[in-house]
Design a binder for this molecule. Structure first.
Ligand code: ZN
Length: 461
């Protein structure tokens, strides 16, 4: 087969969904995986995590990671457990954040399996965790951090370079030269106006572009999300309620504290207690502080942000918050209500109409967060139905993703059009909307690839 001699790209995840990002580059038998994410959300997607990879883990030479979020890294512990023995390349910031995120993911999966075992509610007999915290810790040994803008050989004939993506700490776009074909992965692309991160680096001339499309059919509102949050907090505080903010522990918690601390400085935030109930978010903040040149926050502002909130580390302190009552603000994870301490708070406070639940980021289909945004008011939490009478407010403006307008502007500024643009990391409607805009507004070749599809990079179509 002639195609075998050409470098190929295969989509093992991140198509038809924002989760499970995994892109396999194969050139003359050398294999490099770009991102190694977990599928999340709909059950039918989550079950893909248990399906064997189409190639043996041991046949992959190296993994290159764009950033630490689990939908880009959460499969790494399985890959290593199942026989992958190569290096995992990432930036220093990503490697640090993974020391928090991956073991935590293992703990949550073990907890879930134990729970399923107790309830006898799993079809897997006996229910086993996808992987354990121990698997996750083992996988951390394979990380080999690389600097931004410093080309390195991911495998012979496959040179990779990390360039800033402006999404979270350490987040990179990956530029590759695969046997002379320039392939560029956006990873998750940040925004021009993010209060925390610098804007993403511009796109250079490439042959093949693989872009994300999380917000491919949406524009971020013009209004300052901090103002919207301030108004909500004032309303809820006046009625003595609790504001529960669901935030991704890495990146989003920092952005929220920054907005809250700026509101406080302007005298626009009532004097009510604020709790940051996420040990991971507390640890991640230290890592942000260590990488001063990657974001916009000064040491002074960091001190103000973290002086504002009481840090809740232990499980006992977390439980006490459920007895405390309002008015107060609790920031906790996970951001899409798929697990974590926020679920206990929702069980405790979600039933009372004087409280409010704030969703501060993208909600992938099939998650409890997406159900709430769609108007469902009954959530299944630890086997119990919890009726939600608290206000539910989604504030899109806190997103750390580029919206469609920015993605188009970012592409348009490239010196030349790629030969082909593949649109990934979006729900189907979102990816297709971005495809149409790329075709009509830029006149570029663009396509939404299918799950497990293989592309010949020498003749991309
Ligand atoms: Zn991300």
């Amino acid at each position: 087969m002639a195609i075998e001699r050409h470098p190929r790209l295969r989509f093992l995840g991140g198509t038809e969904t924002v989760t499970g990002s995994k892109y396999l580059l194969d050139a003359g038998g050398r294999r490099v995986l770009i991102d190694c994410g977990l599928f999340q959300g709909y059950k039918q997607l989550r079950e893909r995590n248990r399906a064997p990879l189409p190639v043996p883990a041991s046949s992959i030479d190296a993994v290159v990671i764009t950033h630490a979020h689990l939908d880009h890294t959460g499969y790494l512990p399985m890959l290593v457990r199942d026989g992958f023995r190569g290096p995992i390349y990432s930036t220093e910031g990503t490697a640090q954040l993974c020391t928090l995120l991956l073991p935590d993911s293992g703990h949550l999966l073990e907890e879930e399996a134990r729970y399923a075992q107790r309830r006898g509610s799993s079809i897997h007999q006996p229910p086993t965790a996808l992987y354990t915290a121990e698997d996750a810790v083992k996988s951390l040994r394979s990380f080999r951090p690389r600097d931004f803008d410093a080309p390195f050989d991911a495998a012979p004939g496959m040179q990779a370079t990390f360039v800033p993506a402006g999404h979270i700490l350490g987040a990179a776009q990956v530029h590759l030269d695969v046997d002379g074909v320039a392939v560029h992965f956006t990873g998750d692309l940040g925004r021009a106006d993010d209060p925390l991160m610098f804007p993403p680096r511009g796109l250079e001339s490439v042959d093949v572009l693989v872009t994300e499309s999380t917000y491919g059919n949406r524009s971020h509102p013009d209004e300052d999300p901090g103002e919207a949050l301030g108004e909500l907090v004032n309303t809820v505080a006046k009625r003595g309620g609790v504001v529960l903010i669901a935030a991704f522990a890495v990146g989003r918690a920092e952005t929220l504290l920054l907005h809250l601390s700026r509101l406080r400085a302007k005298g626009r935030l009532p004097e009510i207690p604020i709790y940051l109930n996420s040990p991971m978010a507390i640890d991640a903040s230290r890592m942000y502080q260590q990488h001063r040149n990657e974001h916009r926050i000064s040491d002074r502002e960091f001190a103000q942000m973290y002086g504002l909130a009481t840090m809740t580390r232990t499980a006992d302190d977390s439980k006490l918050l459920n007895l405390r009552g309002g008015p107060m603000i609790i920031i906790s994870a996970s951001g899409m209500l798929t697990g974590g301490r926020i679920l206990h708070h929702i069980a405790a406070y979600g039933g009372d109409p004087k409280n409010a639940i704030v969703l501060a980021g993208y909600q992938a289909g099939g998650t409890r967060g997406a159900d709430l945004v769609d108007g469902r008011r009954m959530l299944r939490i630890y086997g119990e139905d919890v009726s939600i009478r608290a206000d539910v407010v989604a504030i899109d403006g806190f997103s750390a993703h580029a919206d469609a307008d920015f993605l188009l502007r970012w592409m348009k500024a490239a010196p030349t059009a790629p030969r082909m643009t593949y649109i990934t990391h979006g729900e189907p409607a979102s990816s297709d909307a971005l495809r149409r805009r790329i075709k009509h507004e830029l006149g570029w070749n663009a396509r939404v690839p299918e799950h497990l599809e293989t592309i010949n990079l020498a003749n991309p179509r």
